[in-house]
Design a protein around this ligand. Structure first.
Ligand SMILES: [Zn+2]
Length: 82
């Protein structure tokens, strides 16, 4: 899977508008166009590395480092054909 960064930034500007960082109040957001995912921990304390996953894109505050993770499918910013 690959992110269409231009589409993601356009959608973030539409949906987030000019929202500040919830921790420091700054507006210096940066998009890292990578897909990452949290790993489920099972009842036996092992990691579940198979199956479905959440395709998340990190959006980081350039002032304090707070990072939000945006679902690429919900934001419809996955490259066509992926
Ligand atoms: Zn911040």
């Amino acid at each position: 899977m690959k992110i269409n960064t231009e589409k993601l930034v356009k959608r973030l500007n539409q949906k987030w508008k000019d929202i500040p960082c919830p921790f420091c109040g700054d507006h210096k957001w940066s998009v890292d166009p990578k897909i990452v995912t949290p790993v489920e921990v099972l009842a036996n304390k092992k990691m579940n590395l198979g199956g479905r996953f959440q395709p998340l894109v990190p959006i980081t505050c350039g002032c304090c480092g707070y990072t939000a993770f945006i679902n690429a499918l919900v934001m419809d910013c996955v490259e066509e054909g992926e």
